[in-house]
Structures are given as C-alpha cells and as structure tokens.
Ligand binder design. Sequence first.
Ligand code: AMP
Length: 367
Amino acid sequence: MIQLHDLYFKPFLSFHEIDSAVENLAYQINRDLKDKTPVFLGILNGSYMVLADLTRKFKGDCEIGFLRTSSYSGTASTGEIRLDMELDIDLTDRVVVIVEDIVDSGLTVEALSRKLKIHNPAALYIATLFLKPEVYNRDLKIDYVGQNIENKFVVGYGMDYNNLGRNLPELYVQTKPMKNIVLFGPPGAGKGTQAERLKEKYGLVHISTGDVFRYNIKNATELGTLAKSFMDKGNLVPDEVTIKMLNAEVEKHPNAAGFIFDGFPRTDAQAKALDELLESKDTQVSGMVALEVDDEILVQRLLERGKSSGRPDDANETVIRDRIKVYYKQTAPLKNYYQAQDKYYGVDGEGSIDEITDRLSAEFDKL
Ligand code: AMP
C-alpha cells in the first residue's frame, strides 16, 4: 500500500499489464492509421506516459503535440474543463488522434473534440489507454481503447491525485486502510466491556469468539455442542473449529472499516491464521492492545461477574483459575508474536471503566 497526501492506494495493474494495454491500443492504431501520418495529441498532464509509449510502438510517420486541460480537483471531476491550446501544428486536413490516459465521464474528450473540429481536420479519432464504461455515457464514439477498467479512482502511469503519483510505473487504486485491533488480556480483564464501547467510538465491528460460542450453545447448534465440552472445563476450543468460525464471522462484514478481535487469537496457530485471513483482504493487524491486570483482581472480578452473567465458566473458582492458567500457557506468549512486529501496546487494565476506555482510546488513536 502507498500513501499520497491523505489517501491510500493499493496495486491495481502491474507495469506488464499496462504494457499489454498499450500494445493493444498500438495494434489498433497501426492497423488503421499506419500510412496516414497522423498527429497524436497528448492531453497533459496525464497522457505523457501513454503518449511516449504508444508513439514508440507506432510503425509509421507521425507528428506529436500536447494540449493542456484540467477538469479534476482531488479525486472528483469538477464538471468544468479548462483548455489551453497553443498548438504549433496546423490540423487542417490532417488525421488527428487525441490520446488520453483515461476516459471516465467523457467531459474532457467531448469538449476537446468540439474545439478541435473547428480546425477542420480530415479525421478526428479518440484513443484512450483506459476507459470506464460504467460511467462513460456520451454519444461521442471512443475509437480506440487499450483496456476497460472498473469505476475506481486510480493513480500512476501519468495519472495523479493532486499532482502526486504520476511517476509510478504501475497503476494503483484507492483503498481505505482498515483498523484491525486485537484486544488482548486474560479472562476478566474487561475486553468485552471495553470492546462494546470502543466499537461505537471507532465504527468497528466487534467479534468476540466467546460470544459466538455462547450464542451457538444457546441455540444448540452442532458447533455449540462441540464448544461447550471444552468451555465448561475452562479449556480452549480446538484451533481448527475456532479459526473456521472466525473466518466465517469476518466474511459477514465485507465493508467493515475494521475489526476489534476479542478473545481471538488465543494460540500461535490462530495468530497465523488471522494474518493469512487479513492478508487475503489486503490488510493486516494494526496492533495488539493488551489490558494488563493482576491475577487476584481477575479472580475476584470473574467471581463477581459469575453472580449475574449466568456463565458456567465464571461460577466456580477452580474453573476460573484453570482459565487463567490456560491463558498464561497458551495465549500470553502471543505478546511476543506481536512485540516482534512492533505491534504490542500494553495498557493498565486496573481502575474505573471510563479511565480504562480513555487509556485504550489513546492507543486506538495511534493505530
Ligand atoms: P471468553 O468469552 O473470551 O472468555 O471465552 C470463553 C471460552 O470460549 C474460552 O474459555 C474458550 O473455551 C472458548 N474460546 C473463546 N475464544 C476462543 C479461542 N480464540 N480459541 C479457543 N477457544 C476459545
């Protein structure tokens, strides 16, 4: 992922793929215009790269000129175009090819085509490396297209975002970075309580694997029956089952701005599975934010919660202590996994709920 000004972009077309599109454009133009000594008019600034590469692939004689227009401010078309035409080539009776890097609404090419016809060319063609057919809705025919692309804001290969990105040899598409936070800590640290508050504050999706298991137990699903036998003893549900379930939960939210993972990952295998899942979505764990709480306070909190939560694993001190043991043995080592990547942020988890939310928010803001 790259950043230009305030926006983020991810790779979209490789240099090789762009070259194939230029090749395709050149093939069509060579086929029709090789012997016509055309005038190629590049539209500045965006088309400087395509004009250079296209004309190198042109097999006949030609002349080259540039026109300057502008209709974009940031990522949005302003609806008006400015035209600077100081052409030293007489277009009268010539075969003229307007060369664009990209045509979307078609505003620029339509205005240009109108203005250039006043010069009485023998023929006027429009060539564009990329066309967005979803948004192009004008009567004017686009004669030559290198490749159709979907309606997304792209930069690179001549195209810019507020003047940056033109020099990139590949094409990039705008993307929103996700905030994916692993909320970490032993049982009773307050992850669930805090996640409920933080998901609202940051517009994130909260996934608690413990909650999903409990929901399945309540609804007597196959998954619930399987999970219950492990949970009642304070043990972890097997990785294979948990990972599959977590993947399914993430898939339910294709447009999420990010996730708070609460109670996942709890093992090395789960941490690796989470990395793979997020990587498949071109994103990653932003950080592990851990609530650090003394063990005796945990036991007291869980016994207290057990009086009203109805959770069988909170009702009995032996099971509570077993869960804390399981945490230290299997889960706590994950601190090292994220620390090695500089992604571990420890937070004091003792104090009032509001105080702890403030401390967590300070870390969330940084990520
Ligand atoms: P929690 O609500 O996070 O305290 O989880 C309650 C119980 O659900 C745990 O003690 C485990 O038995 C099970 N569980 C929740 N998340 C996981 C996980 N990521 N891996 C394995 N078991 C889990």
